[in-house]
Every structure is written in structure tokens, then in C-alpha cells.
Design a protein. Structure first.
Length: 141
């Protein structure tokens, strides 16, 4: 069982809304494209997710979307987190890096619009996703 203090230093942690269908599909897409094996995952609703958000003083009532924990002292949220994740993929994903030229507030406006409507558009699960045996090692709890 992981705690904030014993998180692996060589991995980045992606925190996500575990009951959101769109978020779960996004996590599966990240796993598929994580050729460098640098990401681990936890839901915001998990004990480790709560511990990490408390450590960084992140109010999940205000930020209930993707959070990328880059180190024990650094994290990114919303569109910045998504762009940093996509940057690791290579291939045609590099096209997303053009969004860096846009101001964060502009990028996050669109990110927030999608996040606000994600349950309506994509649905919501009753409980967090249970990883398949093939990807279970990518999840921390």
C-alpha cells in the first residue's frame, strides 16, 4: 500500500475522477500510449488520492479533474496536466503541443466546459473503475 512518503520517485502519478466514464476512457488511452512506462494512476476518491490532494492543499470540490503529480513538490492541473501527459506519448500526439501557445486561462476555459458536462455527455459509474489484471500494476491504492 502506498502513502505519499513512499511514492516511487521515477514515476508521475495521474489522479482522476474514478466514477467518470470519460475520465476512465482517458486513463485507458494514457496507459495504451505510455510507451516509456512513466505513469501510475489513482482515483481522486481513493485513500492515496485524498492523501496526495491534502498534501498539495488541492480542494477537490474546486479541482475535480485530472491532476498530474510530477514529483513530491510539483503538480499540474487541467489543460496543463493533459498537455504534459500528451507530451510523453510521441507520434502524432506532438500536435497537441501547439496548445501551449494559448494562455492557460483560455485552454482551461475549454477544459472546464468539458469537465462540467462530462457526466451529462459520457455518464457516471456508481463506483470507481476496477482495473483489469493486465493493467492493475499501473494503479496505486
Amino acid at each position: 500500500m502506498y502513502t505519499f512518503d513512499n511514492l516511487p520517485n521515477n514515476k508521475q502519478i495521474v489522479l482522476f475522477d474514478g466514477v467518470c466514464n470519460f475520465c476512465n476512457a482517458s486513463i485507458l488511452k494514457i496507459i495504451k500510449n505510455d510507451k516509456k512506462n512513466i505513469f501510475l494512476f489513482a482515483s481522486l476518491q481513493s485513500e492515496i488520492g485524498k492523501e496526495i490532494t491534502q498534501h498539495f492543499n488541492i480542494d477537490t470540490n474546486l479541482i475535480d479533474s485530472i491532476i498530474l503529480v510530477e514529483s513530491k513538490t510539483s503538480f499540474a492541473i487541467k489543460s496543463t496536466a493533459a498537455l504534459k501527459i500528451a507530451k510523453q506519448f510521441g507520434g502524432l500526439w506532438w500536435l497537441f503541443q501547439f496548445f501551449w501557445i494559448l494562455p492557460t486561462s483560455f485552454r482551461d476555459f475549454f477544459y472546464d466546459y468539458i469537465a462540467k458536462n462530462r457526466y451529462k455527455w459520457f455518464g457516471k459509474k456508481e463506483s470507481c473503475m476496477i482495473p483489469t489484471p493486465e493493467i492493475k500494476s499501473k494503479f496505486i491504492d
